[in-house]
Design a protein around this ligand. Sequence first.
Ligand SMILES: C[S@@+](CC[C@H](N)C(=O)[O-])C[C@H]1O[C@@H](n2cnc3c(N)ncnc32)[C@H](O)[C@@H]1O
Length: 244
Amino acid sequence: MPLAEEITEMSNMSKLFELDSRLKLCADYVRNDTTLADIGTDHAYLPVWLALKSKIKSALACDIRPMPLQSGADNIEKYGCSDVVKTRLSDGLDEIKENEADDIVLAGMGGELIVNIIARTEWLKNHDKHLIMQPMTKAFVLREYLCRNGFDIVEEKACTYGGKNYSVMLAVYDAEERNYPESYYYCGKLEEKDPYVKPYIKQVIKKLNYKAEGKRHCGEKNIAEEKIIDELRNKFGVDEDDNR
Ligand SMILES: C[S@@+](CC[C@H](N)C(=O)[O-])C[C@H]1O[C@@H](n2cnc3c(N)ncnc32)[C@H](O)[C@@H]1O
């Protein structure tokens, strides 16, 4: 018979914790009963949460560094889901085989790093694989890479986390190369009706304004950012005053 405090501890372990807003959007895009790879997992909250929800068949919680991976392993053990979630030391998807994951989450890393990881993983060029991405920086670099390299951004949502605005996107390979107007790479599939989109777009415009200002200061004439800002303002109904 377990002691009373052991029973309390056991019930605490099985309690479902909350995911932050970014990871919750990622979790929403994960398909039911899938095989998941969470790249750059760190604490492994996402695969553990999905396992506790019984949403996934299996998960590989992957990280390039042993220390974060150990914190992931500790959580997997703490929440009692080591039958579903395994850890793996891997730089990007280098140590993951094609038949081990159908849904791949790349969250909490820079847009350029995510591009780098996708670009060297040939087996992602498969319509059955779902890429779920949450870039911390340079989302426009990631969107442009996806569009020009045969990945379709199917859906995208915005969220606020730690006082900043982020986007989470779902993309699937269909081999079609897309060349969108430059402003598309700054908003992707985000929709005006999404309540978190306006703050996201305002943040994007603020950064573009900063770049444009620098170019004006250097005497440049044709400033590409000005056109992008105008298009984003028109599309999402953001006034000039909104960015002051
Ligand atoms: C800020 S944490 C993000 C944790 C979690 N995915 C989230 O969004 O909350 C970034 C993690 O990515 C890992 N990482 C960085 N480069 C990586 C790479 N090339 N392959 C796998 N993991 C990487 C880091 O070690 C770190 O644990």
